[in-house]
Design a protein around this ligand. Sequence first.
Ligand code: N2P
Length: 372
Amino acid sequence: MPKPSIPRRFLLALSLAALAPLALAQKAEPKVLNVYNWSDYIAEDTIRNFEKETGIKVRYDNYDNNEILHAKLVAGKSGYDIVVPSAHFAKTQIQGGLYQPLDRARLSNWSNLDPALLEKLAQVDPGNQHLVTWLWGYVTVGINVDKVGAALGSTPMPANPWDLIFKPEYASKLKGCGINVLDSASEVLPVAMIYAGKEAYSKNAKDYDAARDVLKAARPSVTRFSSSGYINDLASGALCVVMGYSGDINIARQRAIETKSGQNIQALIPPAGGTLFFDTMAIPKDAKHVAAAHQFINYILRPEVHASLSNKVFYANPNLASKKFVQKNVAENPTIFLAADDVKKLTVPDAVPQDIRRVQTRIFTSFKANAK
Ligand code: N2P
């Protein structure tokens, strides 16, 4: 009888050979993840905990408007593995082939997502193939209650809070305590369109004349253009009215409380309209760390992780299972998790074609420059 040792060794060699490609594949993806996200949009321990648990080193960079992200993606080779576009920008980016489809098999926490929100998101991402909502909120008016009251004097607060920015009769009184407008054509134009009585995301270039006139009248009273720096200025009392992101205004409110600055900051829900946004995680087509990107998305989808984002930055999350981890003061703040009736007052975002984006940019650039 021949000794069995030779065939066994042979078998061992064979199985090692079979495993080799796997080992290579694992080696091929270094334990690195490059994330590009909005500023002021994450908890302090989100990245730290992910790194500790997975051994993956995260490079985390920030932007504060969709235009910057879009330009990077279109140029290609961004180097990022996870980006967080607003869904209406993502729609165009998906159509342009800039993202890769998600591998659901790697997203075991997918079932935590609110089916109603998934259905809405499917309107921009058919079949929910590319996008997972990070957080969502709306563009609105934030005020320093006491400073606005003092500046308006005997004039009562307008029924439409947008009047504070767009109606010269109010804005001229508030200019002295500081008015901020978001530094982004794609955010400002839809709001100005709503104020002018037009469709926020109209595809008709001519409609935009009305928004141009609204902005022209408002321009003399705007003292600051910023899409992130306004948080601190509102918290410290250096601004009294802002067009800003709902959660950011609540961050300013929280900061004012924590630093005892004495400023009473409030986010308003405009009864006459504002714009909703859904910011979503996506994996660029040319991402190098696809496995780590899926691990990160699945980690964010854990109920306690998603809740920790809402608890820190005051935006609603899409994770139904996270509700029990959301702090009571956050869950019950009507400006964070909006009531269904308030959602109805706000406009669902839509992508606009290239030519309309150009119209928006042209109007916004001349608004900023104060040109005729
Ligand atoms: C985070 C602002 C993100 C909301 N600071 C805009 N999509």
